[in-house]
Design a protein around this ligand. Structure first.
Ligand SMILES: [Zn+2]
Ligand SMILES: [Zn+2]
Length: 253
């Protein structure tokens, strides 16, 4: 797998911004003949508006090895089914799952979504995430779909929130509308740059509940890094009355 997604993936932007209008259709056709769509991962030609060739689509790897049953952290002791941190403290979220590792293909897809705003990539990821939900037990019981919000200034800078795009696409596919339940009320330094004990402190009070409720929530994000962000969101949701929070992300760092 190459890391060349960012440049190759740009050929999809027009295909998806041209959803209406004959003029755009003509421009799209012309561009298609000049720049035939290529697989975002291996660069080979694809058919139609497909983001990946058939082989790459079939070979997207799931997380390997023994994993914590709550957060999917890799385990090195086969006698345990929880990682150290899930086994020694109470968490806000009940379960976290990712489609695969951020290293490699899933990371390429997340970057294409996040930095190039690829709608075709969003569709592929939403289809994969929705399919995952129907296969995995507790996800069958969710009542509401929501997402990790961005601060207003970050949202303005990027123009969209990739987690919101994913939640909307999943919601459409499973017939449960995505709702905005949380607001990010202040900007926070990137979590990965901070030592573990400071991560929770960094996020404390960063999210505000805008809609209290009941039932089980599916909380969607693009990447699971330390778990601190979804943890803070989950606590905020539970303080607002929701009884369970299941986290689903595309890739795990
Ligand atoms: Zn390919
Ligand atoms: Zn764990």
């Amino acid at each position: 797998m190459t890391m060349s997604g960012a440049t190759q993936s740009n050929s999809y932007g027009w295909l998806n911004s041209s959803e209406t209008g004959f003029g755009r259709f003509l421009v799209g056709g012309l561009l298609a003949s000049l720049f035939p769509p290529r697989c975002l991962l291996c660069g080979s030609a694809t058919t139609g508006v497909k983001v990946l060739c058939e082989q790459c689509a079939a070979e997207l790897p799931s997380l390997e090895g023994m994993r914590c049953r709550r957060c999917q952290e890799a385990l090195n002791d086969i006698r345990l089914d929880l990682c150290h941190s899930c086994g020694t403290r109470a968490w806000g979220f009940d379960l976290a799952r990712s489609l695969g590792s951020y290293k490699g293909a899933w990371g390429d897809l997340v970057r294409a979504l996040k930095f190039d705003g690829e709608r075709a990539v969003a569709r592929l990821l939403c289809a994969r995430l929705a399919a995952y939900l129907t296969d995995e037990e507790p996800f069958g019981t969710i009542d509401v779909v929501t997402y990790v919000p961005m601060s207003r200034s970050d949202r303005r800078k990027r123009g969209f929130n990739q987690a919101h795009l994913l939640a909307q696409g999943i919601g459409r596919r499973i017939g449960i509308p995505a709702r905005r339940l949380l607001l990010k009320v202040r900007k926070t330094p990137p979590q990965a740059a901070l030592p573990a004990p400071e991560r929770r402190e960094n996020l404390r009070g960063a999210f505000r509940l805008i809609r209290s409720g009941k039932g089980r929530v599916l909380l969607v994000d693009d990447i699971y890094t330390t778990g601190s962000t979804v943890e803070e969101c989950a606590r905020t949701l539970k303080d607002g009355g929701y009884e369970a929070v299941y986290v689903l992300t595309v890739a795990r760092a």
